[in-house]
Write a protein that binds this ligand. Structure first.
Ligand SMILES: Cc1cc2nc3c(=O)[nH]c(=O)nc-3n(C[C@H](O)[C@H](O)[C@H](O)COP(=O)(O)OP(=O)(O)OC[C@H]3O[C@@H](n4cnc5c(N)ncnc54)[C@H](O)[C@@H]3O)c2cc1C
Length: 388
């Protein structure tokens, strides 16, 4: 395992350090080398392996539903994402999406919904997806247009969702739709739509710089039983925000994992690359760069684990999670860029670890709230405090 001294920080309990160490050993054997080029197949394999290894239990809440505990342990999911991201970005993605895709059910599902979906998610036997974004409603989520009309004991769904991770391979999708109980954000509901439901189709698979299953979804008079609604009618926006609240800090943790791997790769290269009668690490310019990378990682880690710890104490973390997500993703981008520079020409060769990291990190600065959106959240909280 690379630097693990942070596991002794006071944010963690002994069980957290044990979890990280056990997962590190597991991931080296079962996840690090899953790169066949068949992204869908790799993803399915990783979900099954993570389920069989018991790691997905941490992605769902409630022991009676196959979860590791009554609530989702934020520090545990952060350590899991950080460790998996260090070994293989797709393994982190597979874990994260099981949690995000089933998060609404963990938080607000009926006992029947929990029983039907969560056990399979935890076992890696069902793949989950979270469908909120639309072509005209990304950062401005409340502008969503996909609608569901109530007809007897069914909703009839029409519209589109896009950028949906696991789109095309998921077994079920938690879809946020406009149901019109009230204007704006108070007129949205969450529905579970099983893959294969008539009227629901994958309209397009989307290829991105770091391959992940991703799709645009289309609904045409798609009938979904009212019993598949998660939470009350009109409560969907709140359910979506509560779900993102749990997982936002874990995006920071994934960025941290990518950055730690980049620093390990940079150190390895700088200490072995021979030049000018010595090695690259002999030069103070290199040393300054390495020092900056390590400091950017520790600052991001402190913010990330502060937010995770604070959430596990039951406190509000709106500001702290936004600071963690913004800093960890922006710092990771810079750390990875520095690692590519240290690797020189080899740093841009396809499928070299630092080249892969360079592509993997980019989307994290955009999804689950772009950096600019995090800045607005932090400023809003500050200004609210200042005027109180
Ligand atoms: C790889 C990937 C996976 C994704 N997975 C999912 C998923 O599983 N489920 C899902 O629902 N969605 C998913 N998304 C969608 C993601 O959440 C959106 O891309 C994101 O919310 C941004 O929306 P947008 O792309 O429409 O960009 P826009 O909303 O058009 O924003 C473009 C840019 O504008 C800037 N900006 C935004 N707001 C402001 C502001 N107020 N002031 C100044 N600048 C601003 C930011 O730089 C932002 O990046 C995914 C996206 C990607 C790239």
């Amino acid at each position: 395992m690379a630097d693990s001294s942070y596991l002794k920080w006071p944010f963690f309990e002994p069980r957290h350090a044990q979890l990280a160490q056990e997962l590190d050993a597991w991931a080296a054997q079962h996840a690090a080398h899953v790169h066949s080029g068949d992204t869908d197949g790799d993803c399915r394999q990783l979900v099954r392996a993570l389920g069989a290894g018991g790691w997905l239990r941490h992605a769902v809440a409630g022991a009676e539903n196959g979860g590791a505990g009554a609530q989702i342990d934020t520090r545990a999911i952060c350590l899991i994402r950080e460790t998996l991201a260090r070994h293989n970005g797709l393994a982190d993605f597979a874990f994260a999406m099981q949690g995000l895709g089933s998060g609404a059910i963990s938080l607000a599902g009926t006992p029947e919904q929990k029983q039907r979906y969560l056990g399979k998610v935890a076992a890696g036997e069902a793949i989950a997806a979270f469908a909120l974004s639309e072509p005209e409603a990304g950062s401005d989520v409340a502008a969503m247009a996909c609608e569901a009309r109530l007809e007897g004991d069914h909703y009839v769904v029409n519209g589109e969702k896009t950028w949906i991770s696991n789109g095309g391979i998921a077994d079920f999708y938690v879809v946020f739709v406009r149901t019109g109980e009230a204007p704006g954000a108070r007129g949205i509901s969450a529905l579970i739509v099983d893959a294969g439901t008539p009227g629901f189709e994958i309209a397009e698979r989307i290829a991105v710089i770091a391959p992940h299953p991703l799709a645009r979804l289309k609904f045409t008079d798609c009938r979904v039983p009212v019993t598949q609604r998660v939470g009350e009618g009109g409560e969907g926006f709140k359910v979506a925000m509560r779900t993102l609240d749990v997982f936002r800090t874990s995006v920071a943790a994934a960025a941290l994992g990518f950055a730690r791997r980049a620093l390990d790769e940079a150190l390895q290269r700088a200490t072995t690359r021979r030049m000018f009668g010595g090695v690259l690490a002999d030069f103070q310019l290199t040393q300054a760069r390495l020092a900056q990378m390590a400091t950017q990682i520790d600052s991001a880690a402190l913010l990330t684990y502060r937010a995770a710890w604070q959430r596990d104490q039951g406190e509000n973390v709106t500001r702290e999670a936004a600071m963690a997500k913004m800093t960890a993703t922006e710092n990771a981008q810079q750390v990875i860029d520095a690692a590519v520079q240290i690797w020189g020409g080899l740093g841009v060769v396809s499928e070299q670890p630092v080249e892969r990291l360079y592509r993997e990190i980019r989307a994290l600065r955009i999804y689950e709230g772009a950096t600019e959106v995090q800045q607005l959240i932090i400023a809003r909280e500050l200004l609210r405090g200042a005027s109180a």
